[in-house]
Design a protein. Structure first.
Length: 248
């Protein structure tokens, strides 16, 4: 569903992402790990079409991001670290607006909005103004806008940042549900995080990058069989003196 081929991004003399390649199959949930500034967000923004690669290419659900960019963008739902919300709008009016700009046919918009509200447990706040919601609910609205057009691929950048433990558990459960569906309701998910517990709780596989280079691409089962913990792997591959946060 996702294939990155030697993705590279330069900003002047700065090489932010250096020839990163990987594949993600349908229904996989992959944790995209790395310290701050490693190139995670830049890679995700290239995959979603928000930033053009300097070199290399990628495809989303079989659509090349250069040769068929509109189809590639329609195939992906993106939740950036700061959700693109309009706080003065109600939840339903905002999702109606997003559905329109994502080309959901007018005849299907109400059904698509109702489905996104239900899947993200937002039905009870559908008429509320977004700015009055808790951060946990606002994050759910961000997820709802990512799935309202029912894309096969979801790319989530730090989806639980700033949430309390209860909200974190709810969002993780929602992400698992999105990936565990069947048929058209099953999503391929790539999520960026630096929290080890996030990966252990949600993901089947981990890709770790540092200084723009891919360092690790392995399943959690393989790591467990080899007796390697995510914390020690992260510390070794990033040169950290101590493992990053193991739980949250």
């Amino acid at each position: 569903m996702i294939e990155a081929r030697a993705l590279t991004k330069r900003y002047g003399e700065v090489l932010a992402v250096n020839s990163v390649s990987f594949k993600v199959e349908r229904g996989e949930v992959v944790g995209f790990l790395g310290p701050n500034g490693a190139g995670k967000t830049t890679t995700m923004r290239m995959l979603t079409g928000f930033v053009p690669p300097t070199d290399g290419s990628a495809s989303i659900a079989g659509h090349d991001i250069f040769e068929d960019p509109l189809a590639a963008r329609r195939s992906v739902g993106y939740l950036p670290e700061t959700p693109p919300l309009y706080p003065e709008m109600t939840v339903t009016s905002y999702l109606r607006y997003v559905a329109a700009i994502k080309d959901v046919p007018r005849a299907r918009r109400r059904e698509a909005i109702d489905r996104a509200l239900e899947r993200c447990a937002l039905t009870q706040v559908r008429g509320r103004v977004i700015g009055t919601l808790s951060k946990g609910f606002r994050q759910r609205v961000g997820l709802a806008q990512a799935i309202v057009h029912d894309p096969p691929v979801l790319i989530l950048d730090e989806p639980t940042v700033g949430l309390d433990p209860v909200q974190i558990g709810e969002i993780r459960g929602l992400i698992r549900d999105l990936a565990s569906g069947s048929g058209d309701s099953q999503h391929t998910v790539v999520l960026s995080t630096h929290i080890m517990a996030e990966v252990s709780a949600i993901c089947r596989r981990v890709i770790l990058i540092n200084e723009g280079h891919k360092r690790v691409d392995a399943s959690l089962d393989d790591l467990a069989r080899e007796g390697r913990s995510l914390e020690s792997l992260f510390a070794r591959e990033t040169g950290s003196e101590t493992p990053v946060e193991a739980a949250r």
